[in-house]
Design a protein around this ligand. Structure first.
Ligand code: MLT
Length: 391
C-alpha cells in the first residue's frame, strides 16, 4: 500500500481552514469581543424570494408521486441548462445545452477537471490567485509554474511567448485582486492557447459583479475560446448559494485535443463519479435566471458592492494603496508588512478578520484581502475600527 505522497507537499491546512482555526483560538480567550469577519468570501444576504418560492414548489413536487423525481441526469436538468444557455446568449456567447454541466459548485469541478489530463503537463497558475488551483494540482502531481501578477501589470499577467504552458488557469474578476481582463487581453490568451494546443481553465465565479459593459463576463465571448477553454461558474456569490451548493461548467464540443473531445471525456467522468445536484437546488438555480430573480440578485450584488465602496473610501482616507472592489467583491490592499503579521495585528487590535495575501501565493505577500460580503453594519463598524488603529 502506498499513499499519494503529493499530500506531503501541501501546506498543513487549506488557507481558509487555517484562518478558521486561528479565529476559533481567538474566540476561546476573547468570547466577549465582537469579531467582524471580512475573511472568507461567504455571503450574508439571504436567498432571494424567487429562489425560495421555486425551491418550496420543488419540495412539494418531491412529495407528490406524480411529480416526484429520483436520479436526474448527471449533467443536470434540461430546464436549468436551457436557462444558462439563454443567459450566455444575452452575453453574446452561443453555447448548447449539452456543453453545460451542472455541479455542486465551481470548487469541486475545478479540482475534478484534472481527471482529464495527464500528469506530465506544464500547468500555469496565476500568483496571487484562489488557492484551490495550486492545492489540487499539487495533489494530482502536476508540474506547476507561476504567472506573476503585480502592481506593475495591474495584476493582469499576459502570456510569455518563451513559455509553453499546457494548462492555464485564469480567474476574472480575479480572486483576490479584483482585476478584470479586457476582451483584447483575453483574445491574446485565447490565441496563445490555440497556438500551443493548451487548455484554458477559466474561473468566472465573480462575473456577476462586473458592471462595465465593455468588460467580458465570460471567456466564451471571445472568438476562438470554444477551441481552447473550459469555463467554471457558480451561484455561490451571484445568488447566495454558498450553503445551497450549485455551479456549472461549460465544456465546448469544439474543444478537442489528441483527437478526443473533452466534452465527451467530461461527460464520461461525471456520469461515473457524480450523480448530479438535487432537483430542489436546480429549481432554485433556474429561478435565478427569471426576470424577477435577476432583479432580486442584482439588489444583493449592489449591496455587496456598496460595502466594497465603504471599504475603498476608508482606505482612501488612510492613503493605503488598494485595488479591486469595483467589478469584484474583494478589496486588495497593500499592508506593507508580512501579511500574516498584519492578519494578527488586525485580529488583536480591531477584532477584524481578513485574508493574508501570502495565502494566495508568494506574490501576494505584503498585501491583504478584505471581503465585501459582510453585513452593512459590520462593514461600517470594521472601517471605523480600521480608521482608529491605522490613522
Ligand atoms: C474565497 O474567500 O476566496 C472564497 O469564498 C472561497 C471559495 O469560493 O471557495
Amino acid at each position: 500500500m502506498k499513499l499519494n505522497n503529493q499530500h506531503q507537499k501541501l501546506k498543513e491546512n487549506y488557507l481558509f481552514s487555517n484562518i478558521a482555526k486561528k479565529v476559533n483560538e481567538f474566540n476561546k480567550y476573547n468570547s466577549h469581543v465582537k469579531l467582524i469577519k471580512l475573511g472568507i468570501g461567504d455571503v450574508t444576504r439571504p436567498l432571494v424570494p424567487s429562489v425560495i418560492k421555486a425551491m418550496q414548489e420543488a419540495v412539494l413536487h418531491m412529495g407528490d408521486a406524480s411529480t416526484f423525481k429520483g436520479y436526474g441526469l448527471e449533467q443536470g436538468y434540461l430546464f436549468l441548462r436551457e436557462a444558462i444557455k439563454n443567459y450566455y446568449l444575452i452575453k453574446g456567447a452561443k453555447i448548447c445545452e449539452d456543453e453545460i454541466f451542472i455541479s455542486d459548485g465551481a470548487k469541486s469541478d475545478i479540482g475534478n477537471i484534472l481527471d482529464l489530463f495527464d500528469k506530465n503537463n506544464i500547468v500555469l497558475i496565476p500568483d496571487p490567485v484562489y488557492p484551490a488551483y495550486l492545492d489540487t494540482n499539487i495533489m494530482a502531481g502536476q508540474n506547476v509554474i507561476f504567472l506573476k501578477a503585480a502592481e506593475s501589470n495591474e495584476f493582469l499577467p499576459m502570456p510569455d511567448k518563451n513559455i509553453k504552458a499546457d494548462i492555464i488557469y485564469l480567474c476574472s474578476p480575479n480572486n483576490p485582486t479584483g482585476a478584470v481582463y479586457t476582451k483584447d487581453q483575453l483574445k491574446i490568451w485565447v490565441d496563445y492557447a490555440i497556438k500551443n494546443a493548451a487548455v484554458i481553465l477559466f474561473d468566472s465565479a465573480y462575473e456577476a459583479f462586473i458592471d462595465d459593459k465593455n468588460l467580458p463576463t465570460s471567456i466564451m465571448q471571445i472568438e476562438g475560446a470554444k477551441k481552447c477553454a473550459i469555463e467554471f461558474c457558480s451561484f455561490s456569490k451571484t445568488a447566495g448559494f454558498t450553503g445551497v451548493r450549485c455551479g456549472y461548467t461549460v465544456v465546448p464540443k469544439e474543444l478537442k485535443r489528441e483527437g478526443q473531445s473533452l466534452n465527451k471525456m467530461w461527460l464520461r467522468r461525471q456520469s461515473t463519479k457524480f450523480n448530479g445536484v438535487s432537483y430542489i437546488v436546480q429549481k432554485g438555480a433556474e429561478a435565478v435566471f427569471s426576470q424577477k430573480g435577476q432583479k432580486q440578485i442584482k439588489e444583493n450584488i449592489d449591496y455587496y458592492k456598496q460595502n466594497a465602496k465603504i471599504i475603498c473610501d476608508c482606505l482612501n482616507q488612510l492613503d493605503i494603496y488598494h485595488c479591486g472592489g469595483i467589478n469584484a467583491p474583494y478589496v486588495w490592499l497593500k499592508c506593507g508588512m508580512d501579511s500574516w503579521e498584519f492578519f494578527d495585528f488586525l485580529l488583536n487590535n480591531a477584532a477584524i478578520i481578513g485574508t493574508p495575501g501570502a495565502g494566495f501565493g508568494e506574490m501576494g505577500e505584503g498585501y491583504f484581502r478584505l471581503s465585501a460580503f459582510s453585513t452593512r453594519d459590520s462593514t461600517i463598524e470594521a472601517m471605523n475600527r480600521l480608521l482608529k488603529i491605522l490613522k
